[in-house]
Design a protein around this ligand. Structure first.
Ligand code: ADP
Ligand code: MG
Length: 867
């Protein structure tokens, strides 16, 4: 027998049933091609130049008959590949975690409760709730819908949305879910929705019948890309520089091989020298450093409850100059409670609900609440509707004002043009009752208020708004009596009803307690905060005062914004930080005006209509909790907890990532100078070679983890939020930074050359001089790591700043140095002689001495107040 489907009693699958089905059918996802396996990463790392160079050197040693050298180089190969693998794994893991987090979510009904779950956990039989802006998570039969239409272009290529209807009864539902059914995406008025398609209008409830590979999407094997790989300006810039450096490096290496070969007629040694030099100066670390910093940065963001959809934004965020944020939900909790009521009948008066907590609600306000509730969904999701229902439950229980048995016939949704929504109900006796609620001026418009009435109403509205309340108007209308329920008797527009104004409801939405501090932090950091809200200017100004947003006196309304001339807009946008009565479409105006004024704009949004603004902003931020999938897909960042202070935390993190990148790069650049110099100069001066491939491989064991893991983990500078945003046009290395980094390298090189030359020419042997110079190089290398941790604080000051990775690298470096100096076999392989205690002291002292000037510079700069 065919039964009408009763939506309100659907309780969905039970949690245990769902998990059984999940085990049976597997996750609702398409096999991803994005995961790189361990093997693939390993394969990639052996294509790295450093690896090839080491193997090349090993081959030459074998050729020369030095099996031990060859073996130890092979050992280094493993260690370096190991480090590479570790770094790559770390990068890969953080990217994977991000992909998991950013995979679509689904709103399902299980055990009678609505809950949001990851889209991949949806199983066949689940009841999913669809709303405008959602991506459908699996193929499903529509059980109930209002005005539901879906964009199926992903599957059909047809860009016009298609209308959906619900199945009529249980019989059709049963037929629809049979495996033999033959329906394909496309076409109006079918009761099916398909995975991956987008709800563009209306709402619906649907029952899943196919997941994963069994969906239409799965059949054509298309997957929605979640994290899009995209190159940053920084990446492009670095790639260009690295390309140039590589050419120069290769040219120098060839020159060395040729010079060595010709002047000393020993081509194999010449090749060794050339390859060693190549290992020393090929700038292959730089792209690795960049990739790791950005990926780990994105991972750190996710710890701060911010999801990165486009990795480059990690870098952009540090230079944001304006944060444009929605008031409701981001600055406040979006958790409404009713504070004040106003009615005209029997006489115009206010009533403070919170002041009379345990007293019954005066009769005059009953109808206002009754129609407020009727203008909401039965099972409300919206915080305002929840608040109305709460008051109903608290004060109107057991009165004739709550109508559990009424049936909803039609809903007229809120639109940007008319901020009001209405519901049409039918009572069991067949009466039609229409309730509307919305922005008071919209409701007044529906009730055809004249200017006089309007002015009077505005007085009452502003009383509530200046107290920081969100104000809603409520109205009622009685429809024509009708016996059969044909929907098409109802008019198309809300305006066609005869509405009668009932009163105003004032709701409070508490401010998030962390916001005031976060805003103060922004101001210190030279970042403007702009509040955007659909509420009244007066409400917004009140909230602005509560959170310390300045100036709280000026506000522009959305409609004014649209009427402004270009030049007027450009002047006003420089100072005004409150935009009220804004509909999402107007956000684009704000973003673009700010951009023209030269700001780097971050903008939050949640709805379908926010997508253009999110795309246009330099940094689009979607709300993870209430944001639609469309908004998430247009955004660069997704806030997992919708909280403003998370945005500020990630700005702070973005600045830190950039700082550390700069430090890491400066160190990498600096440390290459002495190594290159010590490889090149001996060839030119006809000295014995100081650095052989083995030494350079050893150095890489320190440099590689230092420039990535150590500097990436460096805690933020104390002034990080007390300085203006970075100019995005300014390169990572300006001339000043570049000069200082190179100077560090040069000073170390000079000290090394002196140590080597003095030892060599004062009659110590080659082995002695090499041991001294190499030890000095290691000490100065470690000192360079220490000094570059901060460009404003000295090494002793920085020792108190924790960084575990640092101690691993330093400790490892010292232990390895001890081994190669004092284990006879290794000493022999490294071509060292026994280093006496006083020599050790000399190396230590000169290694430290070589960077002392930079420490002095920090102190001097601070005295002068430069930093
Ligand atoms: P905000 O940007 O501050 O979240 P919204 O755009 O959500 O503001 O809402 C703007 C205005 O639209 C509200 O002040 C209210 O008047 C009206 N409005 C919003 N949601 C509803 C609703 N569910 N029912 C009736 N009116 C609503
Ligand atoms: Mg809102």
């Amino acid at each position: 027998m065919a039964h009408q489907i009763e939506i309100n009693s659907i309780s969905g699958l039970s949690e245990s049933e769902a998990s059984v089905r999940l085990k049976q059918a597997g996750y609702n996802e398409l096999p991803s091609t994005q995961n790189r396996s361990m093997w693939k990463i390993a394969l990639e790392s052996i294509q790295e130049p450093i690896f090839l160079l080491l193997v090349g050197c090993g081959a030459i040693y074998l050729f020369l008959g030095d099996a031990q050298e060859a073996l130890i180089l092979l050992g280094f190969v493993f260690l370096i590949v190991g480090i590479n693998l570790y770094q790559e794994q770390k990068t890969e893991k953080s990217l994977e975690a991000l992909r998991d987090l950013s995979s679509p979510r689904a709103l399902v009904i299980r055990d009678g409760e609505r809950q949001r779950i990851a889209g991949r956990e949806v199983v066949s039989g689940d009841i999913v709730v669809l709303a405008e802006g959602d991506r459908v998570s699996a193929d499903a039969v529509v059980l109930w819908s209002t005005q539901l239409s879906v964009d199926e272009s992903l599957l059909t290529g047809e860009s016009l949305p298609v209308r959906k209807r619900a199945v009529e009864d249980s019989l059709e539902l049963e037929l629809a879910t049979q495996p033999s059914r033959k329906h394909r995406p496309g076409g109006d008025d079918f009761p099916f929705v398909y995975s991956g398609t987008l709800v563009v209008q209306g709402q619906g409830i649907a029952q899943v019948y196919a997941t994963g590979l069994r969906t239409e999407m799965g059949k054509i094997g298309k997957a929605l890309q979640t994290v899009e790989p995209e190159d940053t300006v920084l990446e492009k810039e670095t790639r260009r520089i690295v390309g140039k450096l590589t050419i120069v490096a290769i040219a120098i290496c060839i020159a060395v091989i040729v010079i060595y070969g010709i002047t000393r007629s020993d081509w194999l040694q010449g090749f060794l020298a050339g390859l060693a030099l190549a290992m020393a100066i090929l700038p292959n670390e730089i792209p690795v450093v960049l990739a790791i910093f950005l990926a780990l940065g994105a991972w750190r963001f996710s710890l701060a409850k911010v999801l990165t959809r486009r990795i480059p934004v990690v870098e952009t965020l540090g230079s944001a100059t304006v944060l444009c944020v929605d008031k409701t939900g981001t600055l406040t909790f979006n958790c409404m409670s009713i504070q004040q009521l106003f009615v005209y009948q029997p006489s115009p008066h206010f009533y403070d609900v919170t002041l009379h907590e345990r007293e019954p609600l005066p009769e005059a306000f009953h109808e206002l609440i009754e129609f407020g509730i009727l203008a909401s969904r039965k099972d409300p999701f919206d915080p305002m509707e929840k608040a109305l229902k709460q008051v109903g439950d608290d004060y109107l229980a057991k009165t004739e004002h709550l109508h559990y048995d009424w049936e909803i016939l039609r809903e007229y949704p809120l639109s940007g043009k008319l901020l009001a929504m209405s519901c049409v109900w039918q009572s069991p006796e067949g009466k039609l009752i229409i309730a509307a609620k919305g922005a008071p001026e919209a409701i007044a418009d529906l009730c055809h208020f004249d200017i006089q009435q309007m002015q009077d109403l505005e007085k009452h509205i502003s009383t509530m708004a200046t107290a920081g309340l969100r104000v809603l108007g409520v109205a009622k209308a009685i429809g024509r009596h009708k016996s059969d329920k044909q929907q098409n008797i109802l008019p198309d527009k809300q305006h066609d009803f005869e509405f009668q104004f009932l009163g105003l409801v004032g709701m409070a939405d508490p401010v998030r307690p962390t916001v005031a501090l976060a805003i103060a932090e922004c101001y210190h950091a030279g970042i403007r905060v702009v509040m955007i809200t659909g509420d009244y200017p007066a409400t917004a100004q009140n909230i602005a005062r509560q959170i310390g947003l300045q100036p709280s006196t000026e506000a522009i309304a959305g409609t004014k914004l649209e009427q402004m001339t270009e030049s007027e807009l450009l002047t006003r946008i420089q100072t005004v930080n409150i935009f009220a009565r804004v509909v999402p479409e107007q956000k684009l105006l704000i973003v673009n005006a700010l951009k023209r004024y030269g700001e780097i704009v971050a903008m939050t949004g949640d709805g379908v209509n926010d997508a253009p603004a999110l795309k246009s902003a330099h940094i689009g931020i979607a709300m993870g909790e209430r944001g639609t999938d469309v908004a998430r897909e247009s955004a660069d960042l997704v806030l997992l907890n919708d909280d403003f202070s998370s945005i500020v935390r990630s700005v702070r993190l973005g600045r830190r990532v950039f700082d550390n990148l700069k430090k890491g790069m400066a160190y990498t650049l600096a440390v290459h100078v002495p190594i290159a110099g010590m490889s090149l100069i001996p060839v030119m001066f006809h000295w014995p070679l100081v650095l052989l491939p083995i030494h350079i491989a050893f150095l890489h064991l320190i440099i590689d983890p230092a420039c990535t893991v150590v500097f990436e983990a460096e805690p933020e500078e104390s002034n990080i939020m007390n300085r203006p945003p970075r100019n995005p046009k300014q390169p990572l290395f300006n001339r000043h930074t570049l000069r200082l980094a190179l100077l560090q390298g040069v000073s170390v090189l000079v000290v090394l050359l002196l140590v080597f030359a003095i030892a060599f020419y004062s009659g110590h042997g080659e082995l002695d001089a090499r041991a001294l110079a190499f030890t000095t190089l290691i000490v100065s290398n470690l000192s360079m790591i220490l000094t570059n941790r901060s460009w404003s604080r000295t090494i002793p000051e920085m020792l108190r700043t924790p960084n575990p990775a640092l101690w691993w690298v330093l400790g490892g470096g010292v232990v390895f140095l001890g081994l190669v100096l004092y284990v006879p076999l290794l000493r022999h392989l490294f071509r060292f002689s026994f280093l006496h205690f006083d020599d050790l002291i000399v190396s230590l002292a000169s290694g430290l001495f070589s960077i002392l000037w930079f420490e002095g510079l920090k102190i001097w700069q601070r005295r002068k107040g430069f930093v």
